[in-house]
Design a protein around this ligand. Structure first.
Ligand SMILES: Nc1ncnc2c1ncn2[C@@H]1O[C@H](COP(=O)(O)OP(=O)(O)OP(=O)(O)O)[C@@H](O)[C@H]1O
Ligand SMILES: [Mg+2]
Length: 224
């Protein structure tokens, strides 16, 4: 079943957060979800230990270039969705995960520097597409958007992506306390309590739209 990888050469742009947001929405929709923690720092393993999430998502740590393809192939045969969280620097491991991906997602924050970093990931995807002789679908998306930077900078970056024929996801993730709280309190957005976190409802709306835009790409409903 579909394999979705979160990739970026730049650190701290929201890969792990995006992966957990998506996993939470898929699990809520009744899907079985495996997450592969392919970051040697094991952020997902740490997250999965805060709260018991075994009924929601299953986290598997594998940051080894020797085993990652076997791990992905095994999990894709057993789960409805496999979500891979990669760390930025290990190009060989990232490349291997890309070859097995039905969709690669590249978060960027609202700066031109991030856009340049995203272009590096896109280059690697294009190389891996040639290696495997198939088009590996991918989308760049804006991560952790603050309303204040929306206008000018974002339009410049969007133009830059369009000029380079780099497709973007139709939905961005917004900077919300609830998305940070998943990693301090554990669990997905749906395990959090309204009384603890402000803006939870808006974070949930954002998460639903984000997951839907990803599903649309997977089923081919969202044009490149
Ligand atoms: N949408 C968001 N709203 C609020 N905070 C966010 C959001 N996305 C990410 N963050 C915060 O930004 C920081 C970096 O996010 P995250 O760990 O997801 O990035 P990453 O790309 O996986 O980083 P790394 O390169 O270290 O793996 C974290 O503190 C996280 O809580
Ligand atoms: Mg991460």
């Amino acid at each position: 079943m579909p394999v979705i990888s979160f990739v970026s050469s730049k650190g701290g742009v929201g890969k792990t957060t995006g992966a957990v947001i998506l996993a939470g929405e898929l699990a809520l929709a009744g899907k079985t979800v495996a997450m592969v923690d392919a970051d040697p720092n094991e952020p997902l393993v740490a997250w999965s230990r805060i709260r018991d999430i075994t009924s929601t998502v299953h986290v598997f740590a594998d940051a080894s270039v020797e085993t990652i393809i076997d791990t992905i192939d095994d999990l894709r045969s057993r789960f409805d969705f496999v979500i891979i969280d990669l760390e930025g620097r290990a190009a060989d491991r990232i490349g291997f995960a890309m070859t097995r991906s039905d969709l690669v997602l590249i978060p960027v924050q609202g700066s031109l520097l991030d856009a340049n970093e995203a272009a590096k990931s896109v280059k690697l995807i294009r190389q891996m597409s040639r290696v495997t002789n198939r088009d590996i679908p991918y989308r760049v998306y804006f991560s952790r958007l603050a309303p204040a930077i929306r206008e000018r900078t974002l339009r410049d970056i969007e133009d830059q992506f369009a000029e380079n024929k780099i497709p973007t996801l139709s939905v961005s993730t917004v900077d919300r306390a609830a998305f940070r709280a998943m990693f301090s309190l554990g669990g997905t957005l749906h395990d959090l309590d309204h009384s603890d976190i402000g803006g939870l409802e808006r974070a949930r709306e954002n998460a639903v739209a984000f997951a839907q835009s990803i599903i649309s790409v997977l089923v081919g409903g969202e044009k490149q």
